[in-house]
Design a protein around this ligand. Structure first.
Ligand SMILES: [Fe+2]
Ligand SMILES: [Fe+2]
Length: 168
């Protein structure tokens, strides 16, 4: 993640996209029998929760206040976070990484998150690209990264916390 205060690097669209690509890389690792799949899942769990909570706390609400950013798409994004978090919890609750049950729940998780990431990029993030000025995008990026860091610091990917978020 960019640490620099350079405005371009903190563009909220860019930092969100970077996380999405990391999620896809972690899916590949979780699928590979040659990889540390449990470690990849731990990393993914923390990233998914930190990313989604930071979007909801710092980005989605702010974007809704812009004309031409589709409010319904933003609200739909929150629903899709709930689906992704639930699929994550289902996977975390299976013993035996790489078991048949684990693999099938992993694919449910990949499907839920990939669907959301794809839709978010085509709707919410394009809305932000077209309607939110650079300076505001940089501010939102900084706020997103701050909340994201706070979540990670608080071990947001632990099964206890994921359960609390899902049952929230
Ligand atoms: Fe996202
Ligand atoms: Fe999202």
């Amino acid at each position: 993640m960019p640490e620099s205060t350079d405005g371009r690097e903190q563009d909220v669209v860019a930092v969100i996209l970077e996380d999405h690509r990391t999620m896809e890389e972690l899916f590949r690792r979780m699928r590979s029998v040659e990889d540390d799949r449990a470690g990849a899942l731990r990393e993914f769990s923390a990233l998914l929760i930190a990313h989604g909570e930071a979007e909801e706390a710092e980005v989605y609400g702010a974007l809704k206040r812009f004309r031409n950013v589709d409010d319904e798409e933003v609200e739909h994004g929150v629903e899709e976070h709930e689906e992704g978090n639930k699929a994550l919890l289902d996977l975390l609750e299976v013993d035996g990484v790489g078991s048949e049950e684990w693999d099938s729940r992993l694919e449910d998780l990949v499907e839920a998150v990939s669907h959301h990431v794809d839709e978010e990029e085509r709707t919410i993030l394009n809305g932000a690209r077209e309607n939110v000025p650079d300076e505001r995008r940089a501010e939102l990026g900084a706020a997103f990264l701050k909340e994201r860091a706070r979540q990670l610091e608080a071990d947001c990917g632990s099964v206890e916390n994921v359960r609390a978020v899902v049952n929230g």
